[in-house]
Ligand binder design. Structure first.
Ligand SMILES: Cc1ncc(COP(=O)(O)O)c(C=O)c1O
Length: 417
């Protein structure tokens, strides 16, 4: 029996396991695993959840995974009795070993493993506002897979690594925002010799992020009533919804579909705007607490996308101001004694808001996804180095594609391709 099939949730047709689109429409394809009850494996990192990852082997160096623990400090501050934190980052005292300090490693490792299983020789193209690029650079520096990163110029401070060998990574910056980096990456990925990692449409990325809910539920023993996360594309929200469906079918963790509480950073909050119908104006992404949360084209209305996830879970989206996010981040860091990235500060603020508005009760079971943290903690243990930028292009430059292809040829093939 096959370990899994990739199916369209709308038309029900089984598709090629590596397909990114349904032949019959725009739905996000979904993995269906033969094994209906998950058994944690004695493997490092997220591979512990290999039963529900669309891979057959593992990358052993990928030892990071989400770690769930019951909050005391932050919970007490908010008056909550069952707040569980799923921490994605570096915090060895809690056995958290994600060395890029964000949950994007949960996506990059299974995606890379699938490329290996497919004997993929082409150059993988990744567009990112920073944390995703760092996660893909990390795994590529381990496996040696050729990687072209396309990132907005103002995100380069996030492109650091703890690994020495970065010879398989070519980095290009775009003078523009994340959307312009995505648009450029799409053009390059469509050319011969390149492969796109697929973004929200890649089941390996989503099932990798789904391990947040798997870890939370296997640690606490039951599906939570509420799940909080800061979102840009909302892919993490879709992923935990899909994980919850599998856990419901598993049958051992209760009958409760967790309610999604997604949080966006105002005023640059396209998902919040789509969901509320409210028009927002502001200088985006400059005016944000964390610009990794700005995605101008999130997968909202496609079948199996963010809207379906919210509808099915009676979900809610919060609009969070910079001040609210800053205060919440500070409170979390002080009460839990670990540094976190700015993005999860937005999720912390949403949780505070939910308590204040009565969306949740003191005794409700809650999972708070800290999507990134421990960077300061990591710097105590490891030296980090910035990735070199090979080229900078402007989206207005009609020769930008040509320049990127020239750079790639020089970087990987010494100009000979
Ligand atoms: C730390 C962190 N949290 C949350 C998000 C939002 O994730 P998504 O765009 O999948 O919704 C990102 C995106 O890059 C991130 O880096």
């Amino acid at each position: 029996m096959r370990k899994y099939v990739v199916k369209c949730p709308k038309c029900g047709e089984v598709q090629d396991p590596y397909a990114l689109h349904c032949k019959n429409g725009d739905a996000l394809l979904r993995t269906e695993y033969s094994k209906k009850q998950i058994e944690p494996a004695d493997l490092p990192g997220i591979w512990r959840y290999i039963d529900w990852l669309p891979v057959n082997g593992i990358i052993e160096e990928g030892t990071g995974r989400p770690v769930t623990y019951k909050s005391e400090g932050f919970a007490k501050e908010l008056g909550l009795n069952d707040l569980n934190i799923t921490f994605n980052g570096y915090w060895p005292e809690k056995e958290a070993f994600i060395k890029t300090c964000s949950f994007k490693d949960l996506e990059s490792f299974p995606t890379m493993q699938r490329l290996i299983e497919r004997d993929e020789e082409r150059i993988m193209v990744v567009a990112s506002a920073g944390n995703t690029a760092r996660a893909f650079a990390h795994v590529a520096s381990i496996t040696g897979q050729k990687l072209l990163l396309i990132v907005p110029k103002n995100s380069i401070h996030r492109l650091w690594t703890t690994n020495d060998d970065t010879s398989s990574i070519c980095t290009v910056t775009v003078e523009g925002d994340y959307y312009q980096a995505i648009a450029m990456a799409e053009k390059i990925a469509a050319k011969e010799g390149f492969v796109s990692e697929g973004g929200a449409r890649n089941v390996a990325r989503r099932d990798g992020m789904a391990t947040v809910m798997l870890d939370a539920v296997l640690t606490t023993g039951s599906l939570p009533q509420h799940y909080f996360q800061a979102v840009g594309s909302g892919t993490g929200g879709i992923s935990v919804w899909e994980a919850s469906m599998r856990l419901l079918e598993d049958g051992r963790f209760g009958n409760n579909m967790p309610r999604l509480h997604l949080a966006q950073n105002l005023p640059c909050a396209p998902l919040y705007s789509l969901w509320t119908g409210m028009e927002l104006t502001g200088r985006c992404p400059e005016e944000m607490h964390d610009d990794v949360l700005y995605n101008r084209k999130p997968p909202y209305s496609a079948s199996g996308g963010v809207k379906d996830a919210l509808d099915d879970t009676n979900g809610i989206i919060y609009g969070i101001t910079n001040k609210e996010a800053e205060d919440a981040q500070k409170l979390f860091e002080e009460t839990e004694s670990i540094d976190i990235l700015p993005a999860p500060g937005v999720a912390c603020a949403a949780l505070i808001k939910a308590v204040e508005t009565g969306e949740i009760n003191d005794d409700d079971s809650i999972v708070l996804n800290i999507t990134g943290g421990g960077q300061k903690r990591l710097e105590e243990d490891f030296a980090t180095k910035q990735l070199d930028v090979g080229l900078s292009v402007s989206p207005e430059d009609p020769d930008s594609e040509k320049k990127i292809l020239g750079k790639v040829s020089e970087f990987f093939y010494k100009g000979g391709y």
